[in-house]
Design a protein around this ligand. Structure first.
Ligand code: GRF
Length: 203
């Protein structure tokens, strides 16, 4: 089977990155993570990558004249690693037009709420504060909006009266670690067909 090359962009602890690397290593996804890029040199995600023997690159946005230059460099690194699919995993920046064009239809993100509800930062806490009875997580393709791209998979998590924002976030995270590798696997096995806003999953 054709093995796809993944590039992961992460700004923080990298638990989703870990779930992706683990799924690849276990043969649950016909893919390998070729490079992890972070805008935060202290991101634990970089440590996880190095530990797994994967190229880990820290970029400092202050070193670039603007976002376009910064993203041009990201695209170059991804291309040098022959990346087929870019996975955002706790990447704390909006993707700009340069990178979107370079990887059109080939960038995914995981969001910790049931989109289109509670986009942006702290989706779990936003949902908990709002008082919803269920929340969850969403894997979607990335477009130029904030968490607005076509939805690939979602998982629902019930909210109980005893939940705090943290306990809810922990249960959502378990589901993130399940559905993100699953969505990547669907992509890598050519099972995703995007028709406008809709993503059809082939049998
Ligand atoms: C996750 O909750 C993800 O949904 C959101 O950022 C968080 C990243 O966590 N986009 P981790 O770095 O993967 O542990």
């Amino acid at each position: 089977m054709d093995i796809k090359n993944l590039g992961v962009l992460a700004s923080g602890r990298g638990s989703n990155l870990q779930s992706i690397m683990d799924a690849c290593a276990a043969g649950r996804i016909p893919a390998r993570v070729m490079v992890v890029i972070s805008d935060n040199a202290d991101a634990y995600a970089l440590e996880r990558a190095r530990y797994a023997g994967i190229d880990a690159v820290a970029l400092n946005t202050d070193d670039y004249i603007d976002k376009a230059e910064y993203e041009k460099h990201i695209a170059k690194i991804l291309q040098e690693h022959n990346v087929d699919l870019v996975c955002l995993a706790g990447y704390m920046r909006m993707v700009g037009p340069g990178l979107l064009e370079a990887y059109a239809g080939r960038i995914m993100n995981i969001h910790p709420a049931l989109l289109p509800a509670f986009p942006g930062l702290h989706g779990q806490e936003q949902a908990w504060r709002y008082g919803v009875k269920y929340s969850g997580c969403t894997v979607h393709f990335v477009d130029d909006g904030m968490d607005t791209g076509p939805i690939i998979l979602q998982a629902v998590v019930l909210v109980s009266d005893n939940d705090t924002a943290d306990t809810l976030a922990a249960r959502i995270l378990e589901q993130e670690h399940r559905i993100y590798p699953e969505a990547i696997n669907l992509y890598c096995t050519n099972k995703l067909v995007v028709e406008g806003r809709k993503v059809r999953i082939l049998a």
